[in-house]
Design a protein around this ligand. Structure first.
Ligand code: PHE
Length: 333
């Protein structure tokens, strides 16, 4: 049997040398290591061998089998780029590979940063676990303001909260940098709100701050008008309605003309206007807290929700979609 196996080894070498395409390899696989292949047939004959012969023949067979298998993989790899030696048409469209992409909220954040970069705004950051001082006191919240209430803020311990807005970054930045100043800050905020289609306990905000000599309300309006027109990719008018925030005086709610309809859709509740940001002129008390000369400098600030901006831009009906990670939703953007 040993002789037969040596002959078989030579045949294997010859066969693989002459194989030039993957179909021939498949035939060789069947011929040698298939269920009814030559090597398999010899394995079946092992039972009839004497005790002395068996280990030697067994070893020979194993090495033949390994040889065939490694030749198969080696040659298959060689052919796989071009099976059957066919001519490749390089002008054919390729297979589309599934590619990852930015989450819709990240897309919004990147776009906002891009727009403000063209307006020469820097990007500032602050911590999500914030001291009560930065989250409230430095921003002129009176000691018993309802926003400080346990029901609105997540308290970490005495003196620390999960920041309820990005406005503390204003204070931190002004403490570090002298005016003039032009920054935006984007990040996560937390409020103990009941979960529904327009509220989440974690959401993201953008904050803007500009401080210099002679900054006034029309600068605020101009910057916001450019921002919203760029963001919604269409000419957008803005409206400022009187409002109240402890850290701005005067304060305003900023509404934009509905980017979706001309004269009334469910998104703008048929009013044609959508309220998006809070804004105002920095309160002199805030300047005093950061040791800015409030006689010399004035500034504006604005802030609003990233999810809300995204909802309006893409007509999304429920804020919860953003964080449920349903691929059918995410894939649409
Ligand atoms: N921080 C305010 C809020 O969370 C928004 C705001 C920012 C208002 C800056 C005025 C100026 O609602």
């Amino acid at each position: 049997m040993e002789n037969e196996l040596n002959l078989l080894a030579a045949e294997i070498d010859k066969d693989f040398e002459t194989a030039t395409e993957s179909k021939a390899l498949e035939n060789l696989r069947i011929k040698y290591v298939g269920k009814k292949g030559a090597i398999s047939a010899y394995y079946e004959k092992m039972g009839k061998l004497s005790k002395e012969e068996r280990p030697k023949i067994g070893q020979l067979l194993n090495s033949l089998k390994n040889k065939v298998e490694s030749l198969l993989t080696e040659k298959l790899e060689k052919f796989s780029g071009n099976t059957n030696n066919e001519i490749i048409d390089f002008s054919m469209p390729g297979y589309k590979l599934p590619a990852g992409k930015y989450h819709l909220i990240s897309q919004t954040i990147r776009r906002i940063k891009e727009i403000f970069r063209t307006l020469n705004f820097d990007i500032a950051e602050g911590p999500e676990i914030e001291t009560e001082y930065y989250n409230f006191e430095a921003l002129n919240f009176p000691p018993h303001h309802p926003a400080r209430d346990m029901q609105d803020s997540f308290h970490i311990d005495k003196g620390h909260v999960l920041r309820t807005h990005t406005s503390p970054v204003q204070v931190r930045t002004m403490e570090k940098c002298k005016p003039p100043l032009k920054i935006i800050s984007i990040g996560k905020c937390y409020r103990n709100d009941p979960l529904d289609a327009s509220h989440l306990p974690m959401f993201q905000q953008i904050e803007g701050l500009m401080v210099d000599e002679d900054i006034n309300f029309s600068d605020l309006k101009g910057v916001l008008k450019i921002f919203f027109s760029e963001f919604f990719q269409k000419k957008t008018n803005i409206r400022l309605n009187p409002s109240f925030f402890p850290f701005t005086e005067p304060s305003a709610e900023v509404s934009v003309t509905c980017p979706i309809c001309q004269s009334g859709c469910p998104l703008c509740k048929k009013s044609g206007w959508i309220e998006l940001f809070g804004a105002g002129m920095v309160d002199p008390n805030v300047f005093r807290n950061v040791k800015y000369d409030s006689e010399k400098y004035t500034g504006f600030a604005f802030g609003g929700g990233i999810e809300r901006l995204t909802i309006i831009k893409h007509s999304i009906n429920d804020i919860r979609h953003f964080y449920e990670n349903d691929i059918r939703f995410l894939n649409q953007f």
